[in-house]
Ligand binder design. Structure first.
Ligand code: SIN
Length: 509
């Protein structure tokens, strides 16, 4: 192992990851008057899924909407595995989160009367997705938040840092992290650490997520014994634009909210054959239907009549992505395929982002707050990042453990070479895709074993194994986890896993 070159004592909180959850947490820590160091692998605003979010932020603001109705839809989508209290927190604190972002300058779309415009997305009973510039919510919200972060003297940002391991004290509490910063290895000690590393899309070959997002937070947390919940629940977006790009650009669900239709190889709408809600059926149902139609000859999103000439103004990001691929969505249907888009599973947290390990917090996609259950409702993720990121920051800021206790040396995880990562990504697509079964998952686990034997226990392999083993052990279908060999709904239970003991499956209501 290369020697640690520097030790930095951070008299405050260390945040690993800089999407909306990490930066919301940073602003909350600073507001409490504590110092905070944010470590991002790349320049703020890049390399995180938050900046790429198209739909927007689901929040009950309309005259005919309430947080209770939003909660009902969220619980319904979660297929029995959402925690009602976490959902209540999300939906009741949602309006305040949007007001906070407006205060930071996030330019949410308004109509001529100045009212926020809200779109309809699948499985929402009301139009409730607050959007920005049509389909540019993530980038615009992040720009406003980044400007605030850069102007906050209590926040320091490193923009080329990767966490290699977490540092614990002799009691097991997390007290910092070993960071690779360019050529340097730096031990950063802190009163508390917040993981906000995003999801696992980069572990798959077909994803809408940035390549930087590869389940690192999940693995880092697991390595210090944190409880991981439901890692088998991976959400596939049904309408990634299928033009051979990696990552795949997204065609937002709001297009279907505006009337765009999924059509088959014969040009016929097909969703009514799969679900009474047709094109606005729950996301997992639409993803499986699109996968089935792909196998029969292809699936396309036809927005010619519903959007047509309005495309450049109403959905500029989708329009640009299509035109860059030589496809004019005003006059041509868009070829689509399901792609990994979100991880519902994650590091278990309480309502304030606290994990099962002292000193360690998690927020955003790498966390499992209990909101999303087996299937996330569209546009609940930016909201969760803002609401629970802020709560985690506030809670972590109250940690006052002194920064100089003896630390257990942490062995950094080996890195996975590019070619090996590509092998893993292909194996994940084949083994733990939209539909899975025992043979596909067993083959995937054998490939992870082989990669681990060759390259060691890289963070990506730990995260992939958590997904694959939990998917193999859940011998029924629920939400986004669909087993070809066990298509029936089974008991409502969570998967809880830790790495320090034998993986255990435990029942939970
Ligand atoms: C979309 O715009 O379709 C994505 C929204 C989301 O995944 O929450």
């Amino acid at each position: 192992m290369d020697p640690v070159q520097t030790i930095v004592h951070q008299d405050g909180v260390l945040i690993i990851g800089a999407g909306l959850a990490g930066l919301s947490a940073a602003l909350a820590v600073a507001k409490e008057g504590r110092r905070v160091l944010v470590v991002s692998p790349v320049t703020l605003g890049t390399g995180c899924a938050s900046s790429w979010a198209q739909g927007g932020m689901a929040v009950a603001l309309g005259a005919d909407d309430t947080p209770e109705l939003h909660a009902e839809d969220t619980l319904e989508a979660g297929a029995g595995l959402s925690d009602p209290e976490a959902v209540r927190v999300l939906t009741t604190e949602g309006p305040e989160a949007v007001r906070r972002l407006l205060g930071l300058g996030a330019p949410f779309d308004r109509d001529a009367q100045g009212t926020l415009v809200q779109s309809l997305e699948a499985a929402h009973s009301r139009p409730r997705v607050a959007r920005v510039g049509g389909d540019g919510a993530g980038a615009a919200i992040m720009a406003a938040v980044i400007a605030s972060v850069r102007g906050e003297p209590m926040i320091e940002v490193w923009e080329n840092g990767q966490a290699l391991s977490l540092l614990s004290d002799t009691s097991g509490a997390v007290r910092g992290a070993l960071i690779q910063c360019g050529e340097d290895r730096i031990e950063v000690t802190a009163h508390a650490v917040i993981l906000a590393t995003g999801g696992i899309g980069g572990l798959y070959a077909t994803t809408t997520d940035p390549a930087e997002v590869r389940g690192q937070g999940l693995a880092l947390a697991a390595l210090v014994g944190a409880v991981i919940v439901d890692p088998e629940f991976v959400q596939f977006h049904p309408t990634a634009i299928d033009v051979g790009l990696d990552p795949a650009p997204l065609a937002t669900e709001a297009l279907r909210g505006e009337g765009a239709t999924l059509i088959d190889a014969g040009g016929q709408p097909f969703m009514k054959r799969y679900h009474p809600q047709g094109d606005l059926a729950p996301r997992d149902v639409v993803a499986r239907a699109v996968a089935a139609e792909q196998a029969r000859g292809g699936a396309w999103l036809d927005a010619r009549a519903a959007i047509g000439e309005l495309f450049p103004d109403e959905f500029p990001a989708v329009f640009r992505a299509c035109m860059a691929a030589g496809l004019d969505p005003r006059i041509q249907p868009i070829p689509v395929a399901p792609a990994v888009h979100y991880h519902m599973g994650g590091v278990w947290t309480d309502l304030d982002g606290g994990t099962s390990v002292l000193g360690l917090y998690a927020a955003g996609e790498c966390a499992s707050t209990g909101v999303h259950g087996a299937n996330r409702l569209a546009s609940n993720s930016l909201l969760e990042a803002a609401v629970f990121g802020t709560r985690a920051g506030k809670a972590a800021a109250s940690e006052l453990r002194s920064g100089d206790a003896a630390l257990l040396s942490a062995e950094p995880a080996p890195s996975l070479p590019h070619a090996a990562l590509q092998r893993l990504r292909k194996a994940m697509d084949l083994g733990a895709g939209v539909t899975r079964d025992a043979p596909s998952l067993t083959r995937l686990i054998s490939e992870i074993d082989a990669l681990e034997a060759e390259y060691g226990r890289a963070l990506e392999l730990i995260a992939a194994r958590l997904v694959a083993e939990a998917a193999l052990a859940r011998t029924h279908s629920r939400g986004a986890h669909f087993r070809r060999d066990f298509p029936e709904l089974g008991a409502v239970r969570h998967t809880l896993r830790t790495l320090t003991t034998r993986p255990a499956l435990m029942a939970a209501e």
